[in-house]
Structures are given as C-alpha cells and as structure tokens.
Design a protein around this ligand. Structure first.
Ligand SMILES: [Fe+2]
Length: 386
C-alpha cells in the first residue's frame, strides 16, 4: 500500500553490509512489483532466498469454465461449498475473467504443511467466519470476522485458524489492488473525505524469523499452474524489512459509510480498486433523509460491468429471500433493481444493518462448473410479480 512501514532490524543504509550478532551475513532481497516502478520492499534474510533444492510436480489448477459468455442473472448458495481441510483445495472458483477470479472457501484446518505463493495475482481474503493468524514472510496479521486481508502477489504465506468452521470470500486480481485514488492526495495520504484512513489499515505487527535448514515446500501459483518447489531453508527467514509492498488488514467494520439526503450511488461504498474491477463494502448505515427519499436503489443498467454481491450479514433491503453467504451476479447488458415490493418496503425506513461485499468487474465474468452446482436456476425470473 502507498505508505512506508518497517518491521524488525534493517541496516541504516540500503545495499550495505549487514550482519547478525554472530557476525553472519544477512542477505538483502528487493521485493517489488511492476518491474522496478511499482511499490517495493527491501528485506533481509538469514539465508539466501534462492536455494531451490528440488522441484516436485507442476499441475493445472485453472478454473473449469461452464459458461463462457454469460448473460443470466445468477444466485449462488455460497454456504453450500463443502468444508475442506487443505487450504488450496478448499478454494472453489466460481466467477472468473482475465482480470480476476472470485472463489469461496470453507477451510477447516490451518495451512501448516506447506507454504503458498501466488505470483499471478494479488489476493483479497474476506473473512466471513473464523479467526486466526495470517503468517507471511513479512510478519503476522491476526484476523477475525469482517477483515479484508490484502496480500500482494509473491508474498509467501500460511494461515493458522483458531476455528474449524471458517468461511472465506476470495478475490484474486491480476493487476495490483489499491485503495481508491480519489481518496488520496498526490503523496498517497488518505484525505479527509475518505471513508477510512491509515489508522484503519493494519500491516504485519509481529515478525517470526527462522534460520532452519530442511525441506520446505512452497506451492507457487503461476499461469494457473501450481509448481511445488522444495527450498533448503525456511521461507520465513526475514530479520527485518522496510518499504511499501506488504500485506495488510482492513476491517469492513471500520468502513465509515457516506450517506445523503437522497440515494447515493454505489461508488460511495468503494473500498479497493484495480484496473479491472472495484470492491465495495455495504455496511450498516442511516438511510437517505429527504422526507420523500426512496432508500432502495433505483433500477440500474450497469451496462458494461458485471456486478457480484456477496451477502455477509443483516437484512439486505433490496432483495427478497437472501441468505448469508449467498452470491448474486447481475450481468452487464441488462438492468436489475429491487425485487418486487422492496422499493415500497424501503420508504420511511431510517437505517439498515446490511453487510455485503460487492465486486464490479469491467469485463464479463465466466461461470465455473462448481458455481453451477450452487446456482438457483430460477433466480433470473425473480423480478416478476407473483
Ligand atoms: Fe446493482
């Protein structure tokens, strides 16, 4: 993120000799993005991070597409995704395009047997259920219900869950994910009208350093393949780092809603952006306060963007029959809007407790085979009066 952070010990001058207390060399690594132009971090390892011992196997994990050209409104029962012990196997891709992949996961055990690194994409893990610790090579971040964990591409990590009933909503982005530019000044500082600020963004706070020799498996995702690499030293060998490229946590509960006298458009909920999509947070808030205001959204044609809503908690006022963990997809090309009766019901209401995450993509989404197994086939007709 566009902010400087440092953890552990680093030399006072970059690219100079750095040793530990026993006079052993420490090894510098530049961890950057977008060639050498994007955000980067300098880290210092107890061992060189290049020591590949063996390459095991490589295998295809690309999502199986069932509908390539989709124009149908879909509703997916996200909580029907089956629990799975293995973290990577638990991630079930549901909606995909060349910019992003949206997955659901009910991971029931901590990831401890191997390490994971996604070099294709930045990852946003939205924690719907569960608590634990995201353990990365740059340090640990504790998480709980409502946290977005933003993990830049290339970050080696594991996840410890305290719980076995965990639910994640995952967005992988082929392009870097940032907070919206319009909420930052030309130095990157978050402005006063931003619905959150730096105090709400939590970088790693605890650094675990290992100087251990052995067989350490890192499963590296690249071009939708997993390559299993065995390294000779523990990947969490960092004694300190500084820079701008690091994972962080932001809680949806810290998003301060922007409200108005009449209905405010979706961009006021925006939390993250990339060149291919935006992520928005719908949080409990006061409704519009014009005496004649219609709090339900108007019918709208997001004519050139697909809209994905993930329902987290509360009563979602514009929809009928919505369950926690459900996903709806409203595709580009056709209008959608409140369900029958929802507009009328909303008039005079003062506030909402709804909590949801929205992903609006600029390219159409393809639907996976796994998604179709969760789909309510009649959802597209749900705007008809009965
Ligand atoms: Fe919409």
């Amino acid at each position: 993120m566009p902010r400087y952070h440092t953890l552990g010990s680093i030399p006072s001058k970059r690219h100079t000799v750095f040793k530990d207390a026993d006079d052993n060399f420490l090894y510098e690594e530049l961890f950057g993005t977008i060639g050498f132009d994007g955000m980067s971090t300098l880290l210092y390892h107890t061992q060189r991070p290049t020591q590949v011992k063996k390459i095991l196997k490589s295998y295809d994990v690309s999502p199986k597409i069932a509908v390539e050209k989709n124009m149908k409104s879909l509703s997916l029962r996200g909580y029907e995704v089956a629990p799975e012990k293995d973290y990577l196997k638990s991630r079930v891709p549901v909606l995909v395009n060349s910019d992003c992949q949206i997955s659901l996961a009910a991971t029931s055990e901590s990831l401890r047997d191997y390490f994971y690194k996604n070099t294709d994409a930045d990852e946003v893990l939205f924690i719907h259920k569960g608590t634990g610790v995201l353990r990365t090579m740059l340090g640990n971040i504790k998480f709980s219900y409502g946290d977005y964990l933003v993990i830049p591409r290339g970050m080696i990590y594991q996840i410890d869950f305290d719980t076995d009933d965990n639910r994640l909503f995952i967005v992988e982005s082929r392009n870097p994910i940032y907070t919206p530019k319009r909420y930052r000044n030309w130095f990157g500082q978050m402005l006063e009208h931003s619905p959150f600020c730096e105090r709400d963004m939590h970088p790693p706070s605890e650094l675990e350093t290992y100087n251990e020799e052995g067989d350490f498996i890192i499963k590296v995702k690249k071009q939708d393949y997993i390559h299993e690499y065995v390294y000779a030293y523990h990947p969490f060998s960092v004694v300190g780092w500084d820079g701008y490229n690091f994972p962080y946590k932001f809680s949806i509960h810290d998003f301060e809603p922007i409200t108005g006298r009449v209905h405010m458009p979706p961009p006021i909920h925006q939390t993250f952006e990339s060149s291919g999509f935006v992520i928005c947070s719908f949080v409990p808030r006061l409704y519009d306060y014009h005496p004649q205001a219609v709090p339900a959204p108007y019918n709208h044609s997001n004519i050139d963007s697909d809209e994905v809503l993930y329902y987290v908690d509360g009563d979602f006022m514009s929809r009928n029959n919505i369950e926690v963990g459900q996903i709806t997809l409203h595709p580009a090309g056709i209008p959608h809007g409140p369900h029958p009766g929802a507009m009328e019901r909303s008039i005079g209401k003062k506030s909402t407790e709804e909590l949801a995450v929205m992903v609006d993509t600029f390219k159409p989404l393809m639907v996976t085979e796994q998604a179709l197994k969760l789909a309510d086939d009649s959802y597209y007709k749900s705007w008809i009066n009965h």
